[in-house]
Design a binder for this molecule. Structure first.
Ligand code: HEC
Ligand code: HEC
Length: 195
């Protein structure tokens, strides 16, 4: 699907959100129906350059949604869906996506051992685990970066390196400074295949 047709399909799903229930995760699941059009029904994205959200850190999702809602992180495709959300809606959505099991997308590229090894060799020298944890599953406002779409990881790291992605803090921009496209592709390939 094109991004344009995804936006139209998501607008339709947004009209069908169930009324609020007491339980946060359950309420989050109802609100998340609109998100599934782009981010995948179980939070595992089938769309190029749209991140999976399953098993993502709740704190990270909350902060990024607020950045997107306020227009600080510029995501035109998502603006209409973030715009009307209250902070409580965002927290419930985050609790829901954090509770889902992460997984590999069905269109994952076969693993290339040489490329994955090159990527893995950069993790230590670049201190990725210092912030993203030894598991690389993240914590609080620092995201999980494993079992993520490879094309998305490339897109995200290039955005930080080239200064086109403005995050909650500039730490990531420093972490990828000076990496070549070749290095970024290797890192993404390694991370995309790691649980
Ligand atoms: C029309 C498609 C579309 C819909 C609907 C949509 N998103 Fe997104 N979302 C995107 C795209 C595209 C990006 C990547 C933005 C970028 O390039 O920075 C994104 C990024 C995100 C991110 C940042 C994740 C990360 O790893 O950096 C979060 C969190 C998010 N979306 C949550 C949601 C939630 C929650 C909903 C439902 C309320 C939703 N999205 C609905 C397209 C969509
Ligand atoms: C000094 C701490 C720090 C280091 C070191 C670091 N990161 Fe990050 N990383 C962060 C933070 C904080 C964010 C969220 C920033 C934001 O708000 O956009 C992030 C975001 C990311 C994202 C975006 C994920 C998404 O779905 O949007 C990727 C990919 C990433 N880091 C990969 C890496 C890799 C690979 C390394 C090592 C080469 C690394 N990081 C090193 C702190 C760090």
């Amino acid at each position: 699907m094109t991004l344009r047709s995804l936006v139209a399909a998501a607008a339709l799903a947004a009209a069908c959100v169930a009324p609020a229930s007491a339980q946060d995760k359950v309420r989050g699941a109802a609100l998340a129906q609109v998100c599934g059009v782009c981010h995948g029904a179980e939070g595992i994205s089938r769309n190029r350059e749209i991140p999976s959200l399953a098993g993502q850190q709740a704190g990270f999702i909350t902060v990024q949604m607020i950045l997107i809602r306020e227009g600080i992180r510029n995501v035109p495709a998502m603006r209409p869906f973030a715009a009307g959300l209250a902070d409580k809606d965002i927290e419930d959505l985050s609790a829901y996506f954090a509770s889902l099991a992460p997984g590999f997308p069905p269109d994952i590229r076969p693993r290339d051992a040489a490329q994955a090894d090159r990527g893995q060799a950069l993790i230590g020298p670049r201190n990725c685990a210092v912030c993203h944890q030894a598991s690389l599953h993240g914590r609080d406002q620092v995201p999980r970066i494993t079992s993520q779409r490879e094309d998305w990881l490339v897109h995200a790291m290039i955005g930080y390196r080239d200064g086109t992605r403005i995050g909650a803090d500039p730490q990531m921009n420093g972490a990828v400074v000076g990496l070549s496209d070749f290095d970024i592709a290797a890192l993404a390939h390694y991370l995309a295949h790691r649980e």
